[in-house]
Design a binder for this molecule. Sequence first.
Ligand code: OAD
Length: 252
Amino acid sequence: MSDAYDLDAELTRAAAALKHATKVTVLTGAGVSAESGVPTFRASDGLWEGHRVEDVATPMAFEANPELVWRFYNGRRVNVAKVSPNPGHLALVELENRYGDGFAIATQNVDGLHQRAGSKNVFEVHGSLRRTRCVNCEKVEDRGLDDLGNRPLCDHCGGFLRPDIVWFNEPLPTGVWRRATCAAEECDVFLVIGTSAVVYPAAGLIHMSKRARSPGATVIECNLDRTAASEQADIGLYGPSGVTLPRLVALL
Ligand code: OAD
């Protein structure tokens, strides 16, 4: 960011765009939950809580070492049970109150903090830590956030359970993804919050919001720093989203 960067001016521009909007769509990533105490993914050492991604978040990893994968996800579940939504999540609830059905959040996060804050129209494009899926009968269940042990089994058929999370090399859930793309294509303002915007297809929603119609959506990026999304952003709110989002909402 240049020395001439003026957050107040960007907040004023962002508020003006939101005042004119009837449809607002948001893409969130791990950064929106950072101030709640949930670690982001691409920390400087490239590890997730001490694990290489290939060891814990691929179908191959689950086949090779399901106990390790469950230990990792049980740890994440228990951590998320201890944290609370932060002022950034709450500001997004206020935005939903303003725009009603014209508001949607497509989140890459699996922590459920948007829903715990009170957001309703949330598309979890990468799944949810709370849910399990049976690898045999495919039954999906909300199992809360307790530790499920190293090899949980399906109550229905006795098959092995896996986290209902999208791993690397897996497709996104079709219905949820379709709703997320529609919301991106139809909105007047697209907010990109706390994501490095390097994981596709989720990051492709930004492009869709700008290109689906003419004129496309005004893209507002909220992040600590510039990212892969910054070139597509019309407005940049650089700083912690737990601070910038409440300031933005206060201007509406
Ligand atoms: P990353 O860890 O890649 O990026 C987090 C982003 O949040 C970075 O751009 C940070 O600068 C920013 N950030 C950190 N703290 C912030 C704060 N307080 N306020 C605002 N921004 C902040 O996480 P994601 O982009 O979410 O996928 O990663 C995308 C996907 O990669 C994840 O959903 C996960 C992972 O592989 C799956 O599990 C399928």
